[in-house]
Design a protein around this ligand. Structure first.
Ligand code: F0G
Length: 460
């Protein structure tokens, strides 16, 4: 193929959803009305919405066709059996159940396995996993390698778990206090960074030597497997599907938000091998989600997922997808806008602290960048900095701030084109050129927990 900044979209567009950039004064009024919190704004006022890549992708003609074949029978629907065949083929676990989304699978697993005071280690838990463990009075622990916290470090597998930290952790707390061990592929909380197969093998070995069941958070497993194919010696000639089968053969089970790599608008999966645990999880599923052959979803959702699982593994698609993310990051970097290196799978994490060195963390530089990006171009990203993570330590009554102030630009699957990304890059470059004039924000309202969702702000 002719050299091009990234692979051209391997699809053409059959259905369109209009988007429009509302005038600058209207954007300013909308910001004010929402208390400068982009979560509180209307989607119709967004030109390009990069809040999340979760459930926001475009389904294919085959998925929409499958939706028409959805079997809405309460028990034993054809849709369930079609999904079961796909799940067994792709992941290879003995048992599975559908759930309405990823956090539902996490809730059921934590409800059955985690007892008060017990620990669940991972590279980094996503916030819903962290919260579901805490909701059972368990304690999540993040044991990612140190390189993950350096935004400039170009380690090819920055999602890796630190094996020495894991061994020391198990030695310290004891196997009895660790009902399961996890790992997130790719590591969303750390910038969408992949985990290597070598590391997965080592993690699996440590968990299994200690008799600890090993669960993978598989939300973005296909992107992770494609990174393995691109970066890990020995995998260049394996198919992504073969790599996935090898990955899951190392684990005892998995949770998955199908809203990511299964390219559906809603859905999740819980898979495992153990018969007794499956029985217990099924009872919890019936209580919380629904009968085990639909798990809180409509039959049509199961069919869309069965098709989407294969489309998410397509290597032309993955090459375009990861190429698109890398392209946006390189456009930003060329304009002197720093992003977490190397670029992850599903989004670009802009280092807002480095763009606004004059805004201290308690005046929320990444929030300022989020607001500025909407003001400039009607674009919505998500703050991953002090609004989301700063917390008051109850012991010494001081504020603890996260190491980085980031703005995540998550890229929905198959939704925006290269010209949309060029536009995003141009808007950020415009902000960079007037960065020293941008000011911080202060709260006018902030709840105690998960404050980024409902907080309100005022410009300083
Ligand atoms: N695990 C990971 C790694 C995730 O990124 C998410 C969701 C979940 C679990 C929970 O899945 O939303 O289907 O319940 N991440 C979204 C995001 C919300 O924007 O990164 P869910």
């Amino acid at each position: 193929m002719t050299k091009h900044p990234y692979p051209p979209e391997p699809f053409r567009i059959k259905v369109v959803e209009p988007i429009r950039l509302i005038p600058r004064e209207a954007r300013e009024a909308a910001l004010k009305e929402a208390g400068y919190n982009l979560f509180l704004m209307k989607a119709e006022d967004m030109f390009i919405d990069l809040l999340t890549d979760s459930g926001t992708g475009a389904m294919s003609q085959e998925q929409w066709a499958a939706i028409m074949r959805g079997d809405e029978s309460y028990a034993g629907a054809r849709s369930y059996h079609r999904l079961k065949a796909a799940v067994e083929d792709v992941f290879g676990f003995k048992h599975f159940m559908p759930t309405h989304q990823g956090r539902a699978a996490e809730n059921i697993l934590a409800a059955v396995l985690v007892k008060p005071g017990q620990w669940v280690p991972s590279n980094m838990h996503f916030d819903t996993t962290d919260a579901n463990i805490r909701a059972r009075h368990g304690r999540p622990a993040n044991l990612v390698i140190d390189e993950a916290s350096d935004p400039e470090n170009r380690h090819p597998f920055k999602g890796n778990m630190d094996i020495n930290k894991l061994k020391a952790f198990i030695a310290k707390y004891g196997r009895e206090q660790i009902p399961m061990g996890m790992i997130t592929v790719t590591n969303n909380a750390g910038g969408g960074q992949p985990v290597s197969m070598e590391n997965l093998k080592a993690v699996s070995q440590v968990y299994h030597e200690n008799d600890i069941p090993f669960f993978i958070d598989a939300a973005r497993y296909a992107e992770n497997c494609f990174f393995i194919k691109q970066r890990e010696p020995g995998y260049e000639n394996k198919s992504v599907k073969e790599i996935a089968r090898e990955m899951f053969s190392l684990a005892d089970g998995m949770t998955m938000s199908a809203k990511k790599d299964a390219i559906v608008n809603i859905g999740g999966l819980l898979c495992l091998n153990d018969d007794t645990l499956f029985q217990n999880l099924k009872n919890e599923l019936i209580l919380r989600e629904g009968f085990p052959t639909y798990g809180g979803l409509a039959g049509r959702d199961l069919d869309a997922m069965a098709v989407g699982l294969y489309e998410g593994l397509d290597e032309d698609y993955l090459s375009y997808r990861l190429g698109q993310t890398a392209y946006l990051a390189s456009r930003l970097n060329d304009n002197g806008i720093p992003t977490i290196q190397p670029t992850g799978g599903h989004g670009v994490y802009v280092n807002a602290g480095a763009i606004f060195p004059h805004i201290p963390n308690y005046e929320f530089p990444a929030q300022a960048l989020a607001v500025e990006l909407y003001r400039e171009g009607g674009i919505r990203g998500v703050e991953i900095g002090s609004v989301m993570f700063a917390c008051l330590d109850p012991e010494d009554n001081t504020w603890h701030y996260p190491a980085l102030e980031l703005l995540r630009l998550a890229i929905p699957r198959r939704t925006y084109t290269q010209s949309h990304l060029d536009y995003v890059a141009d808007c950020l470059a415009a902000i960079k050129s007037r960065a020293n004039k941008v000011k911080g924000y202060k709260f006018t309202y902030a709840p105690e927990l998960l404050r980024h969702f409902t907080a309100r702000f005022e410009p300083l």
